[in-house]
Design a protein around this ligand. Sequence first.
Ligand code: HEM
Length: 149
Amino acid sequence: MELIPILPHFHAVLNLASAILLFGGFLAIRRRDVATHRKRMAAALSVSVVFLISYLTYHAAVGNVKFAGEGWIRPVYFTLLISHVGLAALSLPLIFFTLRRAPWLLVSTTCEPHRRIARLTWPVWMFVSISGLVVYLMAFHLYPPTAGG
Ligand code: HEM
């Protein structure tokens, strides 16, 4: 069975899972449940790593996906796509330093260096997950690729 055509749908599920885990991780730290916060952030990271490997494999196989939408929707789509890809690249070092500054030994429920960078990492990562989902819905469902397109 040819897997490549299925990958965009798989990526959408991964983006949705990442957004749900990030939201759950945020809710956990709001109630000072660091262990659950850590688990959910680690799960969001695992899902995002699988996404990145699969996404690069897909685009290595098919190149760029042509957007079939015409007229006013094109600048909307490309603004979203470019900000999604740009912030996805930025999220990699942000996630690395957020993890590096995390209080892995759980000796305390406060950690200023982690919190300072996490306040930037979390919204960037959340935007990347949700915008990835919207780009998918636009490119594969609202304006599906035309045969031969
Ligand atoms: C890349 C993964 C992670 C992200 C995006 C993240 C994100 C966040 C966010 C948004 C906050 C709340 C900041 C605020 O108060 O406004 C926070 C706080 C916190 N996180 Fe994480 N976190 C991550 C990984 C971890 C890990 C692995 C641990 C534990 C080993 C951890 C432990 C904590 C603790 C203890 C706080 C409370 C800090 C304080 O209030 O001083 N986080 N994190």
